[in-house]
Design a protein around this ligand. Structure first.
Ligand code: PLP
Length: 386
């Protein structure tokens, strides 16, 4: 199996905690079937695992009532459910240039189908989402604001509570994309007053691909995306109207969710403060070392206190793909080049169409690995200049 230095945790976290193998085995051995459906002993064990996981995720996200979280395949599904389940003809949406395609593409599809229109808030001089422009963007038709909690290109963290306050003053609901922050930052969804939120299981929550979820403060405001069996109230031909069943039609990835519960426990046992302290020390080191290289341009806000541990950079006269390929092929260092599924962020940052080399840290990364990256970038610049 290939070793190497993994610096692509914003795509998906690696390595996964050792507890995952045990949890899969335990789930398949002791439960191994769907909760709710049958009511027998194995179904009850499964139900407990799935509900315990829901409670732990709610704790990590700062959600008061864990039943308001429905499991989905990933953040993309949850974002699509919220966007398409909430909006209707004539609505206006406010979003930001930092959104991922999992937000932009559903919005653009609705726009092209003449259902909605949307405004994209750009960046201010500090390369953060422009709050003044945001405040001015509301129209009488604005129905929803969609915000990325942290940019997967620059790492910039958005002060969600401040943005929610303004939206609520206009009577507008807010959907937050927690993909880059769940399992890393202290999130307070209920306290911040967020209306809808989407999270993914496979990044800082350390879980398996194919897991994630949707939070809805008031699920009656969303129509369903798909309908089907839920194991409850089977006599009715109508999908249950309450969380979580409303959005959990069909057999979902129970093994992955049991794993998510175990990962949430693992994260809480490690302690978010400890995780952040380590990753921010490495981020600080990387940013200060890269800043010393005249051929390297660091992209995005320099405010390390308002960033998740992501560094995006370009190297003078070299496409980001070429740099990342050399890092991988010649130094065994894995990064993510290009647009990182966030085309409008790169337009706003002036890095389109080549994008950036994105380095994203995880708890398992070390100083030695970061030093190896810096040495490799220096060597690539030297070989390019010769
Ligand atoms: C900011 C952001 N939103 C959404 C997504 C999509 O997440 P998922 O893979 O769970 O659908 C990602 C994944 O890269 C992301 O970084």
């Amino acid at each position: 199996m290939r070793g190497g230095i993994y610096l692509d945790n914003a795509s998906t976290s690696f390595p996964k905690p050792g507890i995952i193998g045990e949890t899969i085995e335990l789930y398949l051995r002791d439960a191994g079937c769907s909760p709710g459906r049958s009511g027998h002993a194995r179904a009850r064990i499964s139900e407990k695992l799935i509900n315990d996981a829901r409670q732990k995720i709610a704790d990590i996200l700062g959600v008061g009532d864990h039943s308001k979280i429905a499991y989905t395949h990933n953040a993309t599904y949850a974002l699509n459910i919220a966007i398409k389940g909430y909006l209707s003809k004539g609505n206006h949406v406010i979003t930001t240039c930092f959104e991922h395609n999992s937000v932009l593409r559903p919005l653009e599809k609705l726009r092209r189908n003449h259902v909605i229109d949307y405004s994209v808030i750009g960046l201010n001089d500090d390369l953060e989402v422009d709050f003044t422009e945001y405040q001015k963007a509301f129209t009488t038709n604005t129905k929803l604001v969609v915000l990325n909690h942290a940019s997967n290109v620059t790492g910039s963290i958005l002060p969600i509570e401040k943005f929610v306050k303004v939206a609520h003053q206009h009577g507008v609901k807010v959907l937050v994309d927690l993909s880059q922050t769940a399992g890393f930052l202290d999130i307070k969804i209920s306290e911040w007053g967020v209306d809808f939120a989407a999270f993914t299981g496979h990044k800082s929550l350390l879980g398996l691909p194919g897991t994630g979820g949707l939070y809805a403060k008031n699920e009656r405001e969303l129509s369903t995306f798909i309908e089907g069996g839920t194991g409850v109230n089977s006599i009715s031909l109508v999908q249950p109207g309450y969380m979580p069943e409303k959005f959990e039609a069909g057999t979902i990835n129970y093994t992955g969710i049991a794993v998510l519960g175990a990962c949430a426990t693992h994260i809480m046992n490690t302690g978010l403060n400890k995780v952040r302290k380590h990753e921010y020390e490495l981020l600080d080191y990387l940013l200060s070392e890269l800043a010393l290289l005249p051929e390297v341009q660091l992209i995005g806000s320099k405010n390390i206190k308002a960033k998740v541990p992501i560094v995006s950079f370009t190297v003078e006269n070299m496409p980001s793909n070429e740099v990342a390929t050399m890092l991988d092929n010649e130094y065994g260092i894995m990064t993510r080049p290009g647009l990182q599924c966030a085309p409008l962020a790169h337009q706003a940052l002036g890095t389109s169409p080549n994008g950036t080399v994105r380095v994203s840290l995880g708890y398992n990364n070390t100083y030695d690995e970061c030093m190896a990256l810096i040495d490799a970038v220096k060597a690539i610049i030297r070989s390019h200049n010769n």
